[in-house]
Every structure is written in structure tokens, then in C-alpha cells.
Design a protein around this ligand. Structure first.
Ligand code: 13P
Ligand code: SF4
Length: 346
């Protein structure tokens, strides 16, 4: 599709206003020239969205040109699952990873849910199968079975309730069972034990052995070094980090909670121990704050691109369309609905 020079110039200007504060992205410089190159693509995607009645849900970890160029909703896993549940659109493009798109399909089965890249897995979601979980359930028949949202639809279908990093502690506290089998994040399980202890809640948390390949890499030594270099630094981490990193941080929370913390905290510098996409969002939305390096890239989130979004909107291929067995979807939906019932309202 051809756009006029005027349309391209106006779109490049809009993109530059949104993206010029993104500094953490050392792969690219955001200037009028780079935005002019992107403009025909974002204009094409906007046209295709109108033609197909599609919406784009984007996790905060994807590239900033997706978040600020074409997304209708951007945020953390919980926020995006709520948007999918409310969605009326006939088509949802999920710029994130496959388990997130599956969650959208579970909650909005009438929509065609597509992923720009079907290889966008997740080291946590890929760490456990439904069969493995059934084996663990057999060992602990009295336990409440809780899955982190970073799990496949087949694993969700086996669980009593799903949680996200934003509501995990409150939901686990509300469960009647003392024993909880939490899958698949071993490091988050450790952080849950610490938080329950802090709240004076007596529960036994059992877990499987998954980890997030991005968050497990952060270390207390990295924090100590940054604190020496940047006096007054606030360290903000995700509960997928190790317990040692969480203990050395000033704040631990979901990506949404991390954003709120930065917005409401005065500090000369912030070290964000999470995926770099979130730091890009913070730089755009808090231009007066300073972020010191240290974030890491999730290779799966980075498989999303504007080109792939355009192509999947124009003509989705079979492997890009999320399909679920209806009986499995119904069981997974029960696990997610229980989360919405038990999650604290903001
Ligand atoms: P949030 O729910 O905090 O956005 O986390 C999702 C995720 O994949 C973190 O690695
Ligand atoms: Fe999965 Fe970690 Fe990537 Fe989040 S950052 S999608 S948990 S691999």
C-alpha cells in the first residue's frame, strides 16, 4: 500500500515523539530517519487492523515501535488477560509469547487469536508438561494446584487456580489448603515462601524446577556494584529473580507494579532487573527519571516485529493461529476464572 509523503511525515513525527526518549535500546538510534523508515509499516498495520477489526495486545517487553506504534493495549500479563476477556474484536494479534496468546484464546474463544512468531516460547512455560504435572499431583493429592500464568493451556487445564506476578501472594493467601503445589517457577516459589513468612501466613509451597532464563541471570553482585557506582540508587526486580536478588532489591513486583513504583518514587537512579522492553517503556513514560544499564533481552519476546505483525494480519498462516481443544480450553478457563475471582481489585 502506498501512502502520501504527508501521511508518512506525520506518522514519522508521531513515532519520533513517542520513541525519542528510549535510550536502553543500544541496537538502534531513534531519529526522524529511522522513524520515516518505520512509518509505512505502522500505517499499513493500522489500515489492516481497521479492515480486519483486529486489536493488538502487546506485552511491555516487546520492541518499543510495537508498543507505541501499533498496540491497542500494552501492559503486564494480568492486564492483557483482562483485555482479552473483555475483547469484542473478531481478531486479536498477541505481540508477546505463545502462552499469553493461548491465554487470550482461552478467555476469548470466539476471536481468531494469532501470534506474529509461533516460535515465541518461554523457558518457564516450556519447563513442564501436563503429564509431568499430573505425576506431581498424584504425589501431593491434598495440595492446591496453582500455576503461574507463564504455563501452557494444557498445564492450566490441570490446575485449580492461575496466578500472575501481580496477584500471586494475595491469591495463595486466600486458598483454604495449607499445602500448595506451585508450578513451574522454582525461583518465584522461593520468593512466595519469603513473602508468606513476612505476612505470617503458614503454608507449605512445593514447586517444579522451571526458571526464567532472563531473570535467573541477575545477581546480588551486580546490585552491589551498581549501588557503589550510583549513590541513592533504587533497585527494582521481578519475582522471577532469585531470592538473593529479591532480598537485595528495594522493590519486587510484576512489570505493572514495577512501573507504578518508579512513577511514584523519587530517586536519582533506578536499576531495573528485568527485560529491557520495560525499561524502554519507563524511559518514554518517565522522561525525567534516570535508568542505569543492567536489563536483559528475552529472545522470545524479541521475535516479535512490525513486519511479522503486518504479515500475520494480512494473511495468518496455520501455525500462527492459536487453536485449542474445546474441552481442554474449558478446563483452562476455569483455572483463569478462579484467578479473576480471587485477585484483589486494584
Ligand atoms: P508480568 O506478568 O509481570 O508482566 O511478567 C511476565 C513475564 O513473562 C515476566 O518475565
Ligand atoms: Fe518467559 Fe522469561 Fe521471556 Fe518472561 S522473560 S517470557 S518468563 S523467558
Amino acid at each position: 500500500m502506498n501512502f502520501t509523503d504527508h501521511e508518512i511525515e506525520a506518522e514519522a513525527d508521531r513515532l519520533l515523539r513517542a520513541l525519542m526518549n528510549v535510550e536502553c535500546d543500544d541496537r538502534r538510534t531513534w531519529n526522524l530517519e529511522t522513524c520515516r523508515e518505520l512509518a509505512p509499516l505502522t500505517l499499513d498495520i493500522q489500515r489492516l487492523k481497521r479492515e480486519k477489526g483486529a486489536i493488538i495486545l502487546a506485552h511491555s517487553y516487546v520492541e518499543p515501535e510495537i508498543i507505541y506504534g501499533v498496540a491497542d493495549f500494552k501492559g503486564d500479563s494480568y492486564f492483557l488477560s483482562l483485555q482479552a476477556k473483555k475483547a469484542k474484536a473478531p481478531m486479536i494479534v498477541f505481540a508477546g509469547v505463545v502462552f499469553m496468546a493461548e491465554t487470550a484464546k482461552i478467555l476469548c474463544p470466539e476471536a481468531t487469536v494469532v501470534v506474529p512468531d509461533h516460535g515465541s516460547g518461554c523457558s518457564l512455560a516450556d519447563s513442564i508438561t501436563a503429564e509431568h504435572l499430573r505425576g506431581l499431583k498424584a504425589l501431593y493429592p491434598d495440595a492446591a494446584v496453582v500455576c503461574y500464568i507463564n504455563s501452557t493451556a494444557a498445564v492450566k487445564a490441570e490446575c485449580d487456580v492461575c496466578v500472575t506476578s501481580g496477584n500471586v501472594y494475595d491469591i495463595i493467601c486466600r486458598l483454604p489448603q495449607r499445602r500448595v503445589l506451585f508450578v513451574p517457577d522454582r525461583l518465584m516459589a522461593e520468593n512466595i515462601r519469603t513473602e508468606l513468612k513476612r505476612r505470617g501466613v503458614d503454608k507449605e509451597i512445593l514447586s517444579s524446577d522451571g526458571t526464567c532464563m532472563v531473570h535467573e541471570e541477575f545477581t546480588p553482585a551486580q546490585i552491589a556494584e551498581a549501588r557503589t557506582r550510583f549513590p541513592g540508587l533504587k533497585v527494582v526486580s521481578h519475582p522471577e529473580c532469585t531470592a538473593d536478588v529479591a532480598a537485595a532489591s528495594d522493590f519486587v513486583g510484576s512489570t505493572g507494579a514495577m512501573m507504578k513504583y518508579v512513577r511514584s518514587t523519587q530517586a536519582p537512579y533506578f536499576l531495573m532487573l528485568t527485560e529491557c522492553g520495560l525499561v524502554g517503556r519507563l524511559e518514554v513514560e518517565n522522561p525525567e527519571k534516570s535508568f542505569v544499564g543492567g536489563c536483559r533481552l528475552c529472545p522470545y519476546m524479541k521475535l516479535n516485529s512490525l513486519e511479522k505483525i503486518r504479515d500475520v494480519l494480512a494473511a495468518p498462516r496455520a501455525h500462527q493461529i492459536v487453536t485449542l481443544d474445546e474441552e481442554l480450553r474449558r478446563r483452562a478457563a476455569r483455572c483463569l476464572e478462579r484467578m479473576f475471582e480471587l485477585a484483589p481489585s486494584d
